[in-house]
Design a protein around this ligand. Structure first.
Ligand code: SF4
Ligand code: SF4
Length: 75
């Protein structure tokens, strides 16, 4: 059976120098991929690379990085 939701080419990562552990990204993530300790931590196995956390971070502390090649997205 095909997956209903395929992961994107990206995962989120946190700049620990900028993160203030406010928890906004944890609340925004629909995949429970973020936990908050001294800073936000992303579980790459759970992250779909949707970017919802990125647009909500006022510190600019969480971003996306490409982890899969362009061929990952079918034409
Ligand atoms: S929203 Fe930004 S500053 Fe707040 S916990 Fe997440 S990464 Fe850190
Ligand atoms: S990119 Fe999406 S799935 Fe990944 S941590 Fe951010 S909100 Fe969650």
């Amino acid at each position: 059976m095909e997956a209903l939701l395929e992961k994107s080419r990206y995962v989120a990562y946190v700049d620990e120098d900028l993160c203030i552990a406010c928890g906004t990204c944890e609340e925004r993530c629909h995949f429970n991929a973020i936990t908050i300790d001294e800073t936000a931590k992303v579980d790459e196995d759970k992250c779909f690379g949707c970017g919802v956390c990125v647009v909500g971070c006022e510190q600019g502390a969480i971003r996306l990085k490409a982890v899969r090649p362009p061929e990952h997205i079918p034409p």
